[in-house]
Design a protein around this ligand. Structure first.
Ligand code: C2E
Ligand code: MG
Ligand code: MG
Length: 600
């Protein structure tokens, strides 16, 4: 039925075109090209391989679908003398294989469960740029002329739409590590961001492994860079064999690699597999080389760079614990890196160079879904290390006293930004303060000055964490009382963990209780004890006349539970991530339009 085929052809081509015009990441476009071919041809597996611009005797698989089980055959880069793809590219012809097992195609690249295959060439302006292959699980499948014509027609449309040759090859280059053929850091960050968006929708987390070879420098220094490079290529090859379809394996530079896992159920098993496979001897020319690797694992839904840094920090821990092992990231690990010499100098410079920025996370009224407040969260754009999370540098800033200067910056910056927003939509803003800041003379006066009459002081909330130290911290309690006199509000952050305990509630003037993620996560997972603990904390808050805020809401069931238990406010990745000022403005504008329709 040519009509129904035509309809599908238009549909799938349109889908690819839409992705291209929406500037979807190249990998999403490549995947869509293969998916489209599978839909058109009712195939179960397929690949898109493009000729390597730098070396046209090689091709690079930019997308594969249904390739699980390809095992050792799977190679991202392969010479064009191999496989059905290679045959298509080297002959420029459509290739039909009705019995793959006995086909003479050099080495086989596709998994053995694909038994019949068809491959068509991709041309751009007469030049061969790659191949598109589709396979079926039955041998001897008769591939009709109509089907051949359909796939050819699809590939032509796709080429024209993509202008694949120039654009995509440039993309491949921009996303490929030229030494190993693995993806590079740009690819990793791109895919990470992609996964984070997906994770947000499904309430899942994303897992990344950070791998660093042990003693690589020794090999490089003693055997020379050439051997070092060959070793890195061989390591890349072993890594490829340890990962699954859908995982993204990249080299970040030097002897550092990272893997983004598609299946996050057992990252430790993947780490172990990698570590084990690297332990066995490498034969590089006439040299026998032994290396091992230290791997850090980080899971979560933090921003891409932060997640990657967390995995890096965990890797560093694995190394310090004796190398040749893996470690999972824990926030407390940051502390071990803190004493790193030079960080305090860098922090000092950061203030001068204006490397700080505030992001804002919306806090929602749980029963209406409206935004009630924004929490200002500090970010440090380190010139070499990228985005650094506050848990990594706030403790150092506190130790060195730099927190006073930084905190003052946060206060003025948050207030002046907030003044502009408040005019449009009257919310509250909360900022995090350290106890040391409260001990400085004139803190409340500085706050009043920062508000500068632009919004009522009651819209400003101060979040405190280390409440246990408050009583001993000279002057801090007095400052808290003067903050209250001013009309501003105080929140107990991370209530119930570490230092901020129930006892403190009677001594400290508090308006809000912030309940940290661990309580909410545990309760969200079910279990009577954990949800009654959460219900108890919320009941206590109500009893004392405090507003309650659930933090770190990542999953729909956590959100539902908090609504059920009558928690007043909530924040978390599920509801809204911390955003920079520009994106926060956009968010507030949408919010404004939603709830306060402009009067005609
Ligand atoms: P906090 O005040 O409890 O802030 C909430 C933290 O949870 C933020 O991390 C936020 O990005 C993160 N978060 C939000 N939603 C979710 C979620 O759904 N899941 C998970 N897993 N996390 C979520 P961030 O920005 O890394 O800040 C960490 C801590 O650093 C803050 O914890 C606060 O104690 C401190 N901090 C941040 N900015 C400042 C500041 O300007 N001054 C001071 N003194 N401390 C700050
Ligand atoms: Mg906070
Ligand atoms: Mg908190």
């Amino acid at each position: 039925m040519p009509d129904s085929h035509d309809a599908t052809l238009v549909e799938v081509v349109l889908h690819v075109q839409t992705l291209v015009s929406n500037r979807a990441p190249p990998n999403a476009v490549y995947d869509a090209v293969v998916d489209g071919a599978l839909r058109l041809m009712h195939g179960v597996g397929g690949s898109l391989r493009l000729v390597d611009l730098e070396d046209p005797s090689w091709m690079v698989a930019v997308a594969t679908r249904g390739f699980a089980g390809a095992g050792e055959r799977w190679r991202r880069r392969a010479p064009i003398s191999e496989g059905v793809s290679g045959r298509v590219i080297s002959t420029g012809q459509t290739v039909v294989i009705e019995n793959y097992a006995s086909a003479d195609v050099g080495s086989q690249l596709a998994p053995p469960h694909l038994k019949s295959l068809i491959g068509v060439p991709l041309h751009e302006r007469g030049r061969m740029i790659g191949s598109l292959v589709v396979g079926w699980p039955v041998a001897g499948r008769l591939i009709t002329e109509t089907e051949k014509a359909l796939l050819k027609s699809y590939s032509e449309h796709v080429c024209a739409a993509l202008s694949v040759a120039t654009a995509s090859n440039a993309m491949i280059q921009a996303y490929t590590d030229s030494l190993t053929g693995l993806g590079n850091r740009a690819l990793l960050l791109d895919r990470l961001e992609h996964e984070l968006v997906r994770a947000d929708r499904g309430g899942e987390s994303v897992t990344v492994l950070f791998l660093d070879l042990d003693r690589f420098k020794l090999v490089n220094d003693s055997l020379g860079h050439l051997i070092g490079d060959q070793l890195l290529m061989a390591v890349a090859e072993r890594l490829r064999r340890c990962i699954r379809e859908g995982d993204v394996c990249t080299r970040l530079g030097g002897d550092e690699f990272a893997v983004l896992l598609a299946d996050t159920s057992d990252p430790a098993a993947v780490a172990e597999r990698i570590i084990k496979s690297l332990r066995s001897r490498f034969q590089i020319g006439e040299h026998e080389v032994f290396v091992s690797a230290s791997v850090g694992i980080a899971s979560g839904r933090e921003e891409a760079d932060i997640l990657l840094r967390n995995a890096d920090v965990a890797m560093y821990h694995a190394k310090r614990a004796g190398a040749d092992r893996y470690a999972r990231f824990k926030p407390s690990m940051h502390a071990a890196r803190l004493s790193r010499p030079g960080l305090d100098t860098e922090l000092r410079l950061a203030v001068e160079r204006g490397e700080f920025e505030l992001h804002y996370q919306p806090i929602f009224e749980l029963n209406t879904g409206r935004i009630a407040a924004l929490e200002a969260l500090l970010r440090w754009h380190h010139p070499a290390r990228g985005l650094v999370a506050p848990l990594e540098f706030i403790p150092v800033a506190e130790e060195t006293g730099l927190i006073l200067e930084i905190g003052r910056w946060v206060l003025t910056q948050a207030c002046s930004q907030f003044a502009a927003w408040w005019r449009e939509i009257p919310l509250a803003i909360s900022i995090n303060v350290s106890v040391a800041e409260l001990q400085t003379a004139g803190y409340t006066a500085a706050a009043e000055q920062a508000i500068a009459g632009a919004f009522p002081p009651s819209a400003l909330i101060f979040e405190l964490t280390e409440t246990a130290r408050l009583q001993d911290a000279r002057g801090a309690m007095a400052t808290l009382h003067s903050i209250k006199d001013l009309g501003s509000r105080v929140a107990l952050d991370d209530f119930g963990t570490g230092y901020s305990s129930l006892l403190n509630l009677s001594h400290i003037p508090v308006d809000l209780l912030k309940i940290p993620r661990p309580f909410i996560e545990a309760a969200g997972r079910g279990g009577h004890d954990t949800s009654s603990l959460l219900a108890g904390i919320l009941g206590l808050g109500r009893h004392l006349g405090l507003m309650t805020v659930g933090e770190g809401i990542e999953r729909p069931q956590e959100h539902a539970l908090l609504v059920d238990l009558g928690c007043d406010l909530g924040q978390g990745f599920l509801l809204g991530r911390p955003l920079d000022a520009v994106h926060t403005t956009e968010l507030l504008m949408t919010e404004h339009a939603k709830f306060q329709p402009r009067r005609a």
